[in-house]
Design a protein around this ligand. Structure first.
Ligand code: F0G
Length: 457
């Protein structure tokens, strides 16, 4: 088998800035050791997120020029709506400015006090929107999905036995909807099998609970199904996508991921009355239903991106380039969450830095060192993001202490990734010297974005 190459050539480039170790030290200090507070200009390789950071294609940029900016009934909206309906089959497609805006509208309508939303694993904004509406977000990943070293094909799956037990205990009237996140971002970018989506659908049907997909990375999930699940090897990814959505009654989508655009999202719904209420809320908070917080040009770019993401050469390159990074790190002995995810590699910070206890945030320590030594920006997905203090003041750590190296779509080449490997391996060799961190200031929710840290010397 020959090398899997980037299935594109580059016709527009953006320079990246090199910094000295002294400059990076100063940047870290000024940003209170929180990489969200660091100017992007001072980052060499930015693996903070794969969201909104993609390189658009020539055809998408051409679409930008052709966007119809009419307030109502823009041509670009109809192109967008047609494409989303073709893939999802949902009867109502409501554009939003990004994924969390769709979540906000959905959960404001269904998730009040005393309501529970089960999910294989909520993403942070999804959890925050459920909780902000007064509801409770419940994660039901499988046991193997919680074991960073277990090698399995579909570690993103919902624990369907736990789901059914949860529904019986809680009462279906207290569960306005059930959600599956594809791929499972908080659980390591791991895919969910078609069988698991089908079984979750069956259980939800039995109790009359609507099933929603958090569909940000639907194409990557579909490609894993094609490669790993019996019976799908010869199916076009597009048909796999259509089958996945056929089991759902609705979806929230961040187009900033698998629509390969810099901004956008949507809420898809089959329930007409819920859709009508969602549109009313949309008009108050986002915009008129045929643009919903986006420009016409954004809708064009999304429609085009939804086609491009289903190109199987693209998906092969995408999944392989993440796997390549994972393989090399494993070879060097670096502990990562296995197997490699679809959009990111997750370093296992608990194993990487066993000397730093969870309450001193080993993930944050590693995030700081990757920047300090190589100008690489990554993100902690551990006790900074998901840990908490009980009312009695005891610290409850996150399930896992991870550092995510998210790979933007079509942005970096193999030599960028080789450089990342060198920096991670260097950190691994020096890991004994890294300090823990304490939080010196934090907001009441989603603290990882703005918290300030100080090293514990
Ligand atoms: N759901 C999942 C699974 C996500 O990964 C994200 C965003 C959202 C919902 C929210 O979408 O950002 O468009 O409002 N994830 C980004 C990340 C931010 O870095 O993983 P959004």
């Amino acid at each position: 088998m020959k090398t899997i190459i980037e299935p594109f050539k580059i016709k527009s480039v953006e320079p990246i800035k090199f910094t000295t170790p002294e400059e990076r030290e100063e940047v870290l200090r000024r940003g209170f050791y929180n990489l969200f507070l660091v100017p992007a200009e001072d980052v060499l390789i930015d693996l903070l997120t794969d969201s909104g950071t993609a390189a658009m294609s020539a055809a998408q940029w051409a679409g930008i020029m052709q966007g119809d900016e009419s307030y109502a009934g823009a041509r670009s909206f109809y192109r967008f709506e047609k494409k989303v309906k073709e893939l999802t089959g949902f009867t109502n497609v409501i554009p939003t400015h990004q994924g969390r805006a769709a979540e906000k509208i959905l959960f404001s309508l269904v998730a009040g006090k005393g309501k529970f939303i089960p999910n294989n694993s909520h993403f942070d904004t999804t959890r925050a929107n459920v909780e902000f509406a007064g509801g409770e977000a419940v994660d039901l990943p499988t046991a193997e999905g919680q074991d960073p070293e277990a090698i399995a094909d579909f570690k993103g799956n919902m624990d369907t036995l736990a789901l059914e037990a949860f529904i019986r205990k809680t009462g279906r009237e207290n569960i306005p909807l059930c959600m599956i996140t594809i791929t499972n971002n908080s659980g390591g970018g791991q895919p969910v099998s078609m069988e698991n989506i089908r079984e979750t659908h069956r259980i939800c049907r039995k109790y009359g609970i609507p099933l929603f997909l958090d569909a940000c990375r639907f194409a990557e999930n579909a490609y894993f199904i094609k490669k790993r699940e019996t019976g799908y090897a010869d199916k076009p990814v597009k048909e796999i996508v259509q089958e996945m959505f056929s089991y759902a009654d609705g979806a929230t989508m961040s187009a900033k991921k698998d629509a390969i655009v810099n901004m956008g999202g949507f809420l898809g719904l089959n329930d007409e009355s819920l859709a009508a209420r969602a549109r009313n809320l949309l008009i108050v908070t986002e915009g008129f239903p045929t643009y919903g917080g986006l420009a016409g040009r954004d809708l064009e770019a999304i429609a085009q991106g939804l086609d491009e993401v289903l190109d199987e050469h693209y998906l092969q390159y995408r999944i392989r380039s993440v796997e390549y990074l994972g393989e090399r790190l494993v070879k060097a002995g670096v502990p990562i969450l296995l197997p490699p995810g679809g959009h990111a590699i997750y370093l296992n910070a608990r194993k990487f830095l066993p000397q730093i206890p969870p309450e001193q945030f080993p993930g944050q320590s590693l995030v700081v060192e990757l920047y300090r030594r190589g100008g690489i920006r990554s993100v902690e997905i551990g006790s900074v993001m998901f840990g908490r203090m009980t009312a009695a003041g005891t610290f409850v750590p996150a399930r896992m202490e991870l550092v995510r190296l998210a790979i933007p779509r079509r942005v970096y080449t193999q030599s960028h990734i080789d450089y990342v490997i060198e920096v991670v391996v260097e950190c691994f060799e020096r890991r004994g010297d890294f300090p823990g961190y304490r939080i010196i200031e934090e907001p009441p929710m989603l603290r990882h974005f703005t918290a300030k840290f100080a090293p514990i010397r």
